[in-house]
Design a protein around this ligand. Sequence first.
Ligand code: ADP
Length: 753
Amino acid sequence: MSSFRSHPRLAAVAGLVFGAVVTVPFVVLTDQIERVVLAALIALLAALAAGLWAKRSRLVNEQRLVERREILKQAEGAERNYGALLESLPLVTWLYETGDRNATRYVSPQVEAILGYSPAEWSEPGLFLKSLHPDDRERVVARIEEAAENQVPFENEYRLIGRGGDVAWVRDLATTVRNALGEPLYGRSFVIDIGDRKRIDEERDRLLAAERAAVASTLERQRRLDLVREVAEVASWSLDSRDTIQRIAELVVQDLADWCVVDISDDGGSLQRLAVARAEPPGDAGGAPDEQPEQAVRAVFESGKPRVIPPLGESSNREGAESFLGRVEAQSVVCVPLSVRNQRLGAITVARTSRGHRYGADDLALVEDLAGRIAIAFDRARLYLEVEQRADAARVLAHVADGTLLLDRSGIVRLWNPAAERITAIRAADIVGRAAVEAIPGWREIADQVPASTSVDPAQSEVVVPIETEDGERWLAISAVQFFGGMVYAFRDVTEVRHLEELKADFIATASHELRTPLAAVYGAAQTLLRHDFALDEGGRDRFVSMIAEESERLGRIVNEILLANQLEAGRLDLEFEPFDAVELVERVVEATRTHAPQGISLEVNAPDHVPLVSADRDKVRQVLINLVENAIKYSPDGGSVAVGVDVRGEYARFSVRDEGLGIPPEERPRIFEKFYRVDPQMTRSAGGTGLGLYICNELVSRMGGRIWVEANDDKGSSFLFELPISDASVQRLSAEPAERRGQGSLARTPSR
Ligand code: ADP
């Protein structure tokens, strides 16, 4: 039957066939009975068919009922399963009337786990809206309405406040469930707890932010480290503090500031602006700092305490910032004093002019670090200068001829210069660091005699004191200046001067004696000649007159010697160089001396036949020879021979005067050519003299280009020798002559004349 119901054409055909089968026999059969029988048969068949159909229909209905029950059962089972499934899902399934979350149809029990509300509580109208986090409420409501309007699913993440006040992050996937005709049935939301994910996200965001912050702070730190390193590098380069500090200021404005200013005090006095640097380019021209440090900077310098504006911990109080850098409109300022070794050197000021950039504790620490470095650079430059000045002073002391001794307040030797070493023969290494009284013999007595002046007064009193040294007694002219740290002594070696003075004193005594003796003789002779009561014969008169002449000559000689010595000393002596025959001169001198030589003295000449001409002042050579010969006679009280000679030594003519007299002790020999020096000033053995003769000889010979010396003879007495250059013409001739003709080659003793 169902096939007919579902196939109407087939049912129509079957109806037509059935109608034809029923109608056709009635057409064919003409007999009434037959027709009645047929009709009865058809009715029976129809009744049978109807009975069969009714039975089948009942069976079908029963079948359907069973099936329906089955389906319902299954549906219930499916719903139970669905419910179980929904309840086991990790989300809240929430069904409500279409478009109305206040009319809950169903909510799965998970709602309690997420929000603490039982499904029944959650079904209360208005709870959803109330539970929405205030920050999310507006947004979520707008989005729900928008989705409803556009008939699109709603999907969003937001926060719900649970029963206990806890905040739960959820993801809401909502849609309107529709039937087969597309008609809305109800609204359905799957509310998923995304708290964990959110926490992870938040944690990740936090970590990312922290990482970014760490990177930024590392970069910042790196920049700061770079700045510190660069500043340290610049500070170590140059010792020109102004240049260095300007460069540092320029480095600072690259990273840390729009303006950087450094003020330095000159030797603890007033602050001076040393460096001003500005970041490039500042955009607007803006104002500039003053030429001299502002009052606020001075205040920081004087207080020794840094200042930050706005003050650390205060967010916006930039009061006072404008007082730091003149007309610069600073928003934030750090001003830090520069100090080193407890000494205030100045201040560094950095400023930012852009809004929103304010200095913090880190910046203050950095500026303090830079301030330390600048202070050290500046201090180092100053120390270097000081050291250089001291080194200069030390160099001066090293080269000064005066001995210098520096004693500290406890009497310890701190400085002992090379001149002091030289004068006293005490090495600096043996004395510096020791007490002067221990290291310098007789220091206590010396110190007692030296008056300590407190100023370096050129007229300060200098005392002459003796000091015992390894080389014997030395005389020091010493003066002292007292100062804060101790005492400075300056001393000169006046041993020689003193000696000369002694010699001078001796000379005056000797010279007076030398002058007085002939004067007395002249005076006595003249008196005798003038006496009327006393008649003198011719011979007697002659004796007195010649005595007067001799003594006058002696007087004249002494006076001449003194005058000549003076001339030599003053450099006022003219020499006339002209070649002369040395042998002839020697002969003449001997000849002249012989006439008044005392008895017991024999004079001889030792000279070759020919000696080349000597280039010198003949008169002065004569004077030297006479002096030596007279000395030879004078210092031969027991008589003996005096040999005067000349010969050739290379390009020199060598003169010699040899005697057999007293001789000269070896230690005296180097000194006898000194002015006023006499071996026996008390004249215990020898005749008188001025001590000028040999001094004059030495001066004359060396001015004529020669040298003079004394040698002891093997047996007795001494030999005085001096050499003078032979004339150029002679030298040329000499070099052209054969060797045997030269004076040196034919040196021979000639018999005494
Ligand atoms: P003086 O006027 O005393 O002779 P000199 O300068 O001529 O001065 O001599 C210096 C000293 O040298 C003398 O005092 C003497 O002691 C010593 N002297 C000089 N010539 C001789 C000599 N030929 N023999 C020994 N001593 C001499």
